[in-house]
Design a protein. Structure first.
Length: 647
């Protein structure tokens, strides 16, 4: 059984919010900065059990018990210490340390590293107040950094001498190899003498669990320095992608202010905001936000605000954060984006215009979904149908990458609505469309509008069951999609272009396509459950229970996909030919009216014959007509009308 080091346990507990862990085993209610509930240890009617996320513990006044998430599981779930840690580690995504005799040695080494880093922080702090630190002190004063800020962040100075820190720490009793492993000293590969990593830099200590120093960031004072900012390397204590500068104090301040965390670009931004009274800011360590850092943010804030410069580089950094966070989104967990005036960072803004100006920027923060929409619509011209179709396809691919089903569905509906709002043509009246109900969008909503909820309306095919009508033909097309949602992926363009005369069926098709656009992974039972909660539920019941439709083999749930696609394509051809024939013959009848009553009557008779040929029985039920037969009839009818006109 492995031994759990203090660092491992600290990291484990830092990755989990006590209210989340404990809230899965009992009911908690938010009260101020804490959560309250009835004691799990005694019977009571008034809550006396409290959980504090910032301090990382629970306390039960009725029983006197006090502890962390590990002891809570031990007490309430009858688990051993190892079992509780194992369960929590799995939840936090951490691997358990191996049972290795060297673990104890590593733990002792880490203690030495932490002590060396803490001693180095003390040395840097002292150097800032001495004569050799004058340039650093002047730099900080010029940036408006006060003594209070220097003390709060333990800001210091690394002297320019090659081995100043090394000599100091070795005289304190630290071994050279410890300083190398802590990232404080560099040992050349050619075997030459070691030397200080940080020289002639303003130093910012980086803290981890328990607010102990684990690494440093250094800002160069020499304008010709190779790197303006330099961070500690990866060490047993410090993993850059898992750390945020000032996270502990900022998390406490955010809880006290009941406001989200703020993510800035660098150390000086965090320090400047603290000086302006905004103490809930953190910063990544010189790189774009990582998945681990986003997870850390979400443990403290549901929607942290990321601040970026308004220039091209800032917008690019925001877009990279969008890509990193999008697959990770969960219900209630997202990011907000605040863009500063071009050429300014938070430090500049609060020094020039004060904290109120920065708070105004925060008030205008945009949600991740809006930033995503702006990026995709501004990245390419959208002046042709093909380009707009490419946008739609690209957005669907992005939505598919969201892991959480509920968030994926919400994003699909949001983007579908934005597409419709942005690109749908205005609704046309019956007169404008020449009386053609198939070309006009119902209410202008279009196929993408997932919020369109039609009023169910009985069709002629329902009133006269079994009679030849267009209802069965249209219902077949919709039923195939509901029974086999994967057909959408194969025939997406055809479905999006499909127009139905029956408003209830068209509404059901709208709802089904919107649901599949939002969540392409829906199976038939899932799609039906979704549709039952829409205003199209009555129409769904009608077509699912229709005996005539159920006789068609390709509509059966167990049909092979190739058969489904073949049957649906055949039904679509039948529908399109009949629809086009109806439109053409209606126009012919209208134009022929002035040519004489005989021609008009012939056109009307031909139209009625054609409409009645659209039998509700398809090829599987018998008595239907094929696409080729329908084309022949159409040609004969056209000939009949033309011959009447010539007489």
């Amino acid at each position: 059984m492995p031994r759990f080091t203090p660092d491992f346990l600290d990291e484990l507990k830092s990755r989990l919010r006590p209210s989340d862990v404990i809230g899965r085993h009992m009911k908690l209610k938010k009260q101020g900065n804490e959560f309250a509930g009835l004691s799990p240890f005694t019977k009571e009617k008034t809550p006396s059990f409290f959980v504090n996320d910032q301090k990382g513990f629970y306390h039960c006044f009725s029983s006197g018990k006090h502890g962390d998430v590990i002891s809570f599981l031990q007490e309430t779930q009858n688990l051993s210490f190892y079992e509780a840690v194992e369960r929590l580690a799995e939840e936090a995504g951490m691997e358990l340390p191996r049972d290795d005799p060297r673990d104890a040695e590593r733990a002792r080494a880490q203690v030495g590293l932490a002590e060396a880093c803490d001693a180095a922080a003390g040395f840097f702090s002292a150097m800032l107040g001495r004569a050799e630190g004058r340039a650093a002190a002047d730099y900080l004063q010029g940036r408006g950094v006060t003594p209070e800020q220097i003390a709060a962040f333990r800001i210091g100075y690394a002297p320019g001498a090659r081995t100043a820190l090394k000599d100091y720490l070795i005289n304190k009793g630290f071994a050279e190899h410890v300083l190398v492993e802590a990232g404080l000293v560099i040992k050349p590969e050619d075997g030459g003498p070691s030397y200080d990593r940080f020289r002639n830099r303003v130093m910012f200590p980086i803290t981890g669990a328990r607010e102990r120093v684990i690494a440093f960031g250094g800002r160069a004072l020499d304008p010709n320095a190779r790197a303006k900012y330099l961070n500690s390397p990866e060490t047993p204590l410090f993993h850059k992608s898992n750390v945020l500068y000032n996270l502990g104090p900022a998390r406490a301040a955010a809880a006290e202010d009941k406001a989200p965390l703020i993510v800035c670009e660098g150390y000086m931004d965090v320090v400047a905001l603290w000086g302006a009274g905004i103490k809930r800011a953190v910063a990544p360590l010189g790189t774009a936000l990582t998945e681990a850092q986003i997870t850390l943010l979400w443990r403290a804030s549901d929607e942290p605000i990321l601040c970026f410069d308004g220039d091209r580089a800032g917008v690019g950094a925001a877009h990279r954060s969008v890509d990193r966070a999008l697959p990770m989104l969960k219900p209630g967990k997202s990011l907000l984006f605040a863009f500063l005036p071009e050429g300014q960072d938070p430090d500049d803004l609060v020094r020039d215009k004060g904290a109120a100006a920065f708070r105004d920027v925060l008030e205008k923060a945009a949600p991740l979904a809006e930033v995503l929409w702006r990026r995709e619509t501004e990245a390419r011209p959208l002046d042709t149908p093909e380009r707009r179709a490419a946008l739609r396809t690209h957005l669907r691919a992005l939505v598919k990458g969201i892991a959480d089903n509920d968030v994926r569905g919400a994003y699909g509906r949001y983007l579908a609505a934005r597409l419709e709002e942005e690109f749908a043509p205005p609704a046309r009246t019956k007169t404008q469309t020449g009386g053609n109900p198939y070309r006009a969008r119902t209410g202008g909503a279009g196929r993408w509008n997932s919020f369109f909820k039609p009023e169910p309306r009985a069709s002629a095919g329902l009133k006269r069951r079994g009679a030849p009508s267009s209802w069965s033909r249209e219902a077949t097309l919709v039923c195939a999609l509901i029974q086999h949602p994967s057909l959408m992926e194969r025939q997406e363009d055809a479905f999006l272009d499909l127009r139905l005369s029956d408003l209830a069926l068209d509404g059901l098709l709208n709802a089904a396509i919107a649901a599949l656009s939002a969540d392409p992974g829906l199976d038939s039972p899932g799609l039906k459950r979704h549709l039952h909660e829409t205003q199209a539920s009555d129409t769904l019941e009608r077509i699912v229970g229709d005996e005539t439709l159920n006789k068609q083999s390709f509509l059966r749930p167990d049909a092979e996909m190739d058969e489904v696609e073949w049957g649906w394509s055949d039904a679509l051809r039948h529908h399109l030919i009949a629809t086009n024939a109806r439109m053409e013959l209606t126009e012919t009848a209208s134009q022929s009216f002035t040519d004489g009553e005989g021609v008009w009557k012939a056109a009307v008779t031909a139209r009625e014959e054609l409409l009645n040929s659209g039998s509700s029985n398809h090829r599987d039920a018998g008595g239907g007509v094929s696409s080729e037969e329908l084309l022949d009839r159409l040609d004969r009818m056209r000939a009949t009308v033309e011959s009447k006109k010539k007489r």
